[in-house]
Write a protein that binds this ligand. Structure first.
Ligand code: G3P
Ligand code: CA
Length: 239
């Protein structure tokens, strides 16, 4: 059975990247938690998908222009807090951390992320630690930086379209996991079969309809990233 990863928490019914959404995902039995990370003006990693604060908070403008304390007032969760929540689950949790827009910040996001993970003892898989980290990006540049900075961490190359020159036998920069979007999977199911045949793991995002769960199951994917971890898990268990 593929593992179930809660996309921005249980974000179908609850505010994305919120404490409530992650608590619900843990209650729903999610195997993992997905999050997007961005830097505050003073260099802290907060959980936020968009560059701007507008859609998901009472704030306005780019998050990168606000300090951590300003972002906390807007109820943004930090990556430190999410790690503590995952540790409190009392069972193994895979934390899937996506770095956004690496070009905008130079190397700062990946450096800060590595330093933070080092502080938590999470830069390499540890059998005694129930939290396991996987890093992800659409940007091959970010995947390469994470290979340099924390080579022991599993890396996901996310893809919305097939990257130019992709050889299914060799993902960019030693990524072990392919992360295609659901629309790509629907259009090119044979790509998934080839990636699997080449020995890669495949995690698909964002799979919310149960008919799509059946589709990706039929292709043998390893991970399902979803806004509805409870419903997807129940469906998988009922099959
Ligand atoms: O888990 C991968 C997925 O989150 C990538 O797309 O836009 O939701 O960050 P997005
Ligand atoms: Ca994401």
């Amino acid at each position: 059975m593929p593992i179930v990863i809660a996309h921005r928490g249980a974000s179908f019914a609850l505010p994305e990247h919120s404490r409530q959404a992650y608590e619900q995902a843990l209650l729903d039995g999610a195997d993992g938690l997905e999050c997007d990370v961005r830097l505050s003006r003073d260099g802290h990693l907060v959980l936020l998908h968009d560059r701007l604060l507008d859609r998901t908070s009472a704030g306005r403008g780019p998050a990168s222009k606000r300090t951590l304390s300003e972002l906390r007032e807007l109820d943004l969760l930090t990556l430190d807090e999410l790690i503590e929540m995952a540790r409190g689950a009392g069972r193994p949790i895979q934390l899937m951390i996506e770095t956004k827009h690496p070009n905008r910040y130079g190397q700062a996001v990946e450096y800060r992320l590595t330093a933070l993970l080092r502080r938590h003892g999470l830069t390499r898989p540890d059998p005694d630690d129930q939290v396991r980290v996987t890093v992800m990006s659409f940007s091959p540049l970010a995947v390469r930086r994470m290979r340099q900075l924390a080579p022991a961490l599993p890396r996901v190359q996310l893809m919305e379209l097939i990257p130019p020159g992709l050889k299914p036998s060799r993902l960019p920069f030693g990524a072990r996991i392919a992360g295609p979007g659901l629309s790509l999977v629907r259009r090119r199911p044979e790509l998934i079969r080839r990636l699997k045949a080449c020995g890669h793991q495949v995690y698909v995002w964002t799979v919310n309809d149960l008919a799509d769960v059946d589709l990706v199951m039929s292709l043998g994917v390893d991970g399902i990233i979803t806004d509805r971890p409870g419903a997807v898990r129940e469906h998988l268990l009922s099959r």
